[in-house]
Write a protein that binds this ligand. Structure first.
Ligand code: MD3
Ligand code: FE
Length: 215
């Protein structure tokens, strides 16, 4: 994989993907087991579920959330809400190990003071992908999104500001962290269907955490 150099390229271990977008390879690898333990406590309170698109179809990716706000999709549309529609309870609190990782990665990527109020947890199995979309349901588009990949690798598709723009492909593996902000914040992106495989910590699964400033 080649990384282009940009004038604002940062410290060692932080590579520029595009203006405003930084990859921190293996940044979360040494802490992955505690991150996964935190995800398990979240999922015990707010189980993974396949949400419905506004068109009524079940999404292939299973999702849950933690933090004050959670991303929701159903027949009424996409939005953030404070209550888990499945349980009727508030989303579980964001475990400190998760918020600390997001804050530190954002800082290293040039976005100090990032305080996420939403963490969307996506679970992929082999054959499951995420079609190309923009993330624009957040109120504060000046804040970056921090993404943490765990388990099986995925091919991430990174496009431009128009749906028709071509995509670059990046392999995101266990522990890789990507911070998307600035001019990259509204770029189209997606995930190719996962290849079969098994990861030592997660088995046949990929977990992706996205930390956002939604409210
Ligand atoms: C690029 N998740 O939940 S995270 C999503 O791997 C989502 O589960 C993917 O896209 C996943 O919305 C990819 C990487 C990501 C997140 C937000 C972005 C890339 C982005 C916003 C702008 C540009
Ligand atoms: Fe997205």
């Amino acid at each position: 994989m080649t990384f282009e150099l940009f004038s604002d390229g940062g410290e060692a271990g932080v590579l520029a993907l595009a203006p405003g977008a930084r990859i921190l390879p293996a940044w979360a690898q040494s802490g992955a087991e505690s991150l996964l333990a935190a995800v398990a406590t979240v999922a015990a309170c707010a189980p993974f579920r396949q949400m419905r698109t506004p068109g009524g179809r079940a999404m292939a990716v299973a999702m849950t959330n933690c933090g004050p706000l959670g991303w929701i999709s159903d027949e009424a549309g996409y939005r953030y809400g404070a209550t888990d529609p499945l349980t009727g309870r508030p989303w579980p609190a964001m475990p400190g190990v998760l918020s600390a990782l997001a804050e530190g990665a954002a800082r290293a990527a040039g976005y100090p003071g990032f305080v996420p109020d939403a963490c969307l947890v996506n679970r992929y199995l082999p054959g499951v992908g995420l079609s190309r979309h923009q993330d624009r349901d957040e109120r504060d588009l000046a804040a970056p999104i921090v993404s943490v990949s765990l388990g099986l690798p995925a091919i991430f598709l990174f496009g431009g500001l128009r749906r028709a723009d071509s995509c670059r492909r990046y392999r995101l593996g266990h522990g890789d962290v990507v911070v998307w902000g600035g001019p990259s914040r509204l770029c189209f992106h997606g995930v190719a269907p996962l290849a079969p495989g098994s990861h030592p910590l997660l088995g046949p699964e990929r977990i992706n955490l996205t930390f956002r400033r939604a409210g």
